[in-house]
Design a protein around this ligand. Structure first.
Ligand SMILES: O=C(O)CCC(=O)C(=O)O
Ligand SMILES: [Fe+2]
Length: 466
């Protein structure tokens, strides 16, 4: 297994700057005729139309459901759902990628502007700018460009000067949405959260923990009513299942706001303890453009291996919270029944086998975060051979997620993953190349930010079974 080699954090060539992919149906496919499946909520679930357009590339089916209770922020069980006969039209559900956009590590001025504009968080700005190393070799080959242009000279100086100032977490962060994180006082992480240093003094930033929540005083004003109503409407629509390609299912809006709040609170709590969010780096010193925390087992980007402890600081990863595992298992079952419903002769388990996660990699992308195209292939041979799925939860700002059969960002397909989306890839898609090209700033649900104080950016959890 060679996740590290494949998990390139180099930048995509070309420039970014297109408008976000069209709304929440942001699929952009290469080489296929755009197809959209219209949906509504008028038939009983037993009569789900099989007017499905096939499961190959370029064709999707949408299965609207009612699931989440926005008002109480509760994740209610799947309710019976209905669907009108599918109509196909040329709108935006699947479309060709018109432009190529780079992941943009070479856009330091943009990053500076974006970071200042979006979060006012100079610490992040510095980390982001500093995180590209001139030494970063092109680990994945393919179409990545060298990252040697952005901020070579700044790196060591800024990283070492950085101070992570944020709130201490004296309270217990709840696992339920109605108990909120209580903020006490502003303190310096270096004193509050003991650094775990395994002698890696050459890269001090590795030993610091990163808070995914902002201190209270920088929180924005309350979201306006219009925005809240829009979010409420979206939540009340429930979720939609889309078979993107064999073995790959997108459950849009699957996680209720309540679940999202619970996940953020739990990750925040775990992220400030032993094995919490840190700045990972590769063996050659290049830093990934994200913060990471592993649950269950540790994945080490330096060796591309899983282990029981984190070599960077000797810490033991926290366990996966049972609530997370339950959501994962439920979403796999949901994807299986979606597949079974959309194709008479296919058993869901044949396309996406069941798994119980014993690994979770939590990534936090600040607004300039990204992740190069890679395969997840450091799990056991058996796990890969069986095609046990990777289950990905997206929370916070939306992300441009790329996927394809080659490590080729120019020809990769794209889907925008929004807060609450679950993406599952197993079976024939288990080895798909995937990565995150960009984060769409200020797209997180306002109510989520209000409830959790989640900092600008995106929290992503990928669950796997070793
Ligand atoms: O952030 C994402 O959506 C993908 C993360 C990922 O691919 C990984 O952690 O291996
Ligand atoms: Fe991955």
């Amino acid at each position: 297994m060679n996740h590290g080699e494949a998990r390139n954090d180099g930048s995509y060539s070309g420039s970014r700057g297109h408008s976000p992919a069209s709304g929440h149906r942001g699929y952009r496919r290469k080489s296929e005729t755009p197809v959209i499946v219209d949906k509504s909520l008028n038939e009983p679930s037993g009569n789900r139309s099989r007017g499905f357009q096939g499961r190959g590339r370029g064709t999707i089916s949408c299965y609207p459901k009612n699931s989440s209770g926005f008002g109480k922020y509760e994740h209610s069980p799947v309710q019976s759902w209905v669907e009108k006969p599918l109509q196909v039209s040329n709108v935006d559900c699947v479309e060709k990628r018109g432009q190529k956009h780079g992941i943009g590590s070479t856009k330091q001025p943009d990053e500076v502007a974006a970071a200042l504009k979006n979060s006012g968080d100079n610490k992040d700005l510095m980390k982001s700018s500093a995180s590209s190393s001139p030494n970063n070799r092109n680990r994945s080959g393919g179409s990545f460009v060298s990252r040697g242009r952005d901020g070579a000279g700044m790196r060591c100086g800024l990283v070492n000067q950085m101070k992570y100032v944020s709130l201490s977490c004296k309270d217990s962060v709840s696992t339920t949405s109605d108990q909120k994180v209580e903020h006490s006082s502003v303190e310096d992480h270096n004193s509050v959260h003991k650094s775990v240093d395994a002698g890696n003094s050459s890269n001090e930033s590795n030993a610091r923990l990163f808070d995914i929540v902002l201190e209270k005083k920088v929180l924005r004003l309350k979201p306006n009513l219009l925005e809240l109503n829009r979010e409420k409407k979206k939540a009340s629509k429930g979720y939609t299942g889309i078979v993107i390609r064999p073995g790959m299912v997108h459950l849009k809006n699957y996680l209720s706001i309540n679940d999202q709040v619970m996940i953020v609170n739990k990750c925040r709590q775990l992220g400030l303890g032993e094995g919490g969010f840190y700045q990972p780096g590769y063996r050659d010193g290049a830093l990934l453009h994200l913060k990471m925390m592993c649950l269950g087992k540790n994945w080490d980007p330096e060796t591309s291996r899983y282990g029981e402890t984190r070599p960077a600081d000797g810490s033991t990863p926290p366990k996966i919270p049972v609530e997370f595992s339950q959501l994962v298992e439920k979403s796999i079952k949901e994807s299986q029944s979606l597949i079974a419903t959309s194709s008479k002769n296919t058993k869901g388990e044949d396309e996406i086998p069941f798994m119980s996660p014993d690994i979770c990699i939590a990534n936090f992308y600040t607004t300039t975060g990204r992740l190069g195209l890679h395969q997840d292939k450091d799990e056991s041979k058996n796990s890969i051979r069986k095609g046990l799925p990777v289950v990905s939860f997206s929370i916070g700002d939306s992300a441009e997620f790329l996927y394809g059969d080659q490590r080729d960002d120019e020809n990769a397909d794209e889907v925008v993953l929004e807060s609450g989306d679950v993406l599952i890839f197993g079976g024939k898609s288990r080895n798909v190349f995937h990565g995150v090209r960009a984060i769409h700033t200020d797209t997180a649900p306002k109510v989520l930010v209000q409830e959790t104080s989640l900092r600008p950016g995106r929290l992503n959890l990928t669950f796997r079974q070793y």
